[in-house]
Ligand binder design. Structure first.
Ligand code: FNR
Length: 369
């Protein structure tokens, strides 16, 4: 019998993944000045030991003011490379693959980690390492009534950010990462350009669909230029904003139809996989009732509409059978796992037992089978 698809390898460009279980990027708010630490080594390292096929490290700021919080990971300077490389090397020495998510938070930057909010408030002020005066966005529209008001980016500043993405990609390559994922979702900067809710620009970066996607498409192109041909490039999108047109927001939000059109263009730019999330662009979003795997249909739609692209499914996928079913149904090529891995890093080991095969964990753990 062939292996259950969750445990089948997948080759993307020059990268061979040993299985289809991926650690979804998750902010750990455990950095100072953007540096990865031993916390990250142990946290990411545990997934390599426990057989996850690919780990995507959390959103890493391509510029200090592009971090979500003062404690977010960064990759904006060469000094960051050393510790990242140590983590990458550890994962590789345990036959895992590792990527990093490159991010700029735009108008959702200078906030606080959830566990600091009670003491320090939702926003990080200057006293707590924040940058209230350097919060930027496509337009000067705050995310909600409590957020800092972003400054509208000039064309020159847009160029600087795009260059920072490309420079960060070079650093990621030097550190040895196998995959880059561009954070184009959850209401952060690239998504702020995509969504008419946050983008009211009247220049070539706002208005029409073609103009709103320009920032992300150019950023992907800039990264692909410096990122080695044999290494995969992923983009995480919020496939929909879940915001319908209303009196309040006559344009409505970013839509699934637009995501599919954008994905076609990204595919031509050398993007290999769309990681299909949703939401984050507006506090006015109206999520449907959530159920296990509720975002899988978006990954399926991307695969169906653009056969050249791979897709990743994410969101409330919590057991191996459910993950495997989505793959067997050809709804996705990779399964991204978030919170379940915070609860149970042994997802792959347990899942293999559940599906009746041998797990792909470290040799040192084999006697636990
Ligand atoms: C996240 N998520 C997230 N997403 C992202 O694109 N970049 C990030 O850095 C983070 N950070 C983050 C931190 C923490 C603590 C959580 C719980 C989540 C979202 C995450 O990758 C995933 O998309 C969602 O959690 C939904 O998947 P699960 O958790 O239902 O499997």
């Amino acid at each position: 019998d062939p292996l259950p698809k969750l445990f089948q390898p997948l080759t993307i460009r020059g990268l061979k993944l040993k299985n289809r279980a991926v650690v979804s990027p998750m902010c750990m708010y455990s950095s100072q000045d953007g540096f990865a630490t031993n916390f990250h080594l142990v946290h990411i390292g545990q997934y390599a030991l426990r057989g996850l096929g690919l780990t995507i490290m959390e959103a890493a700021g391509v510029l200090p003011e592009g971090r979500i919080t003062p404690n977010c990971l960064g990759i904006w300077k060469d000094e960051h490379i050393d510790k990242l490389k140590q983590i990458v090397d550890f994962v590789h020495s345990n036959k895992g693959a590792i990527g990093i998510q490159l991010a700029h938070a735009g108008r959702k930057s200078s906030t606080n980690a959830m566990w600091l909010m009670k003491e320090q408030g939702a926003n990080a002020d200057e006293q707590h390492g924040g940058w209230p005066d350097n919060v930027v966005g496509p337009s000067a529209i705050p995310f909600n009534e409590h957020s800092y008001e972003p400054k509208e980016l000039s064309i020159k500043e847009i160029r600087r950010i795009q260059n920072a993405f490309a420079d960060s990609a070079v650093r990621a390559d030097i550190a040895g990462f196998d995959v880059i994922e561009i954070h184009g979702a959850h209401g952060y900067l690239a998504h702020q350009f995509l969504s008419p809710i946050s983008n009211k620009r009247t220049d070539e970066y706002g208005g029409s669909f073609e103009n709103r996607i320009r920032f992300l498409v150019e950023t992907a192109r800039g990264i692909r230029k410096v990122w080695p041909k044999e290494k995969p490039l992923f983009v995480r999108l919020s496939i929909t904003d879940w915001v319908a047109p209303s009196e309040d927001i006559p344009t409505g939000g970013w839509t699934e139809e637009e995501s599919i059109e954008l994905a076609k263009i990204l595919s031509k730019e050398g993007v290999d996989l769309i990681d299909c999330s949703t939401s984050g662009s507006s506090p006015k979003q109206q999520l449907p009732p959530l159920f296990p795997g509720y975002q899988i249909p978006f990954a399926a739609a991307i695969k169906k509409e653009i056969p050249a692209l791979l897709s990743g499914a994410v969101g409330l996928i919590t057991d191996a059978k459910q993950a495997n079913d989505a793959l067997e149904a050809n709804s996705a090529d990779l399964i991204f796992l978030g919170r379940v891995l915070l609860r149970n890093p042994n997802f792959v080991i347990d899942g293999a037992a559940e599906l009746g095969i041998f797990p792909q964990s470290a040799h040192q753990y084999e006697r636990g089978r």
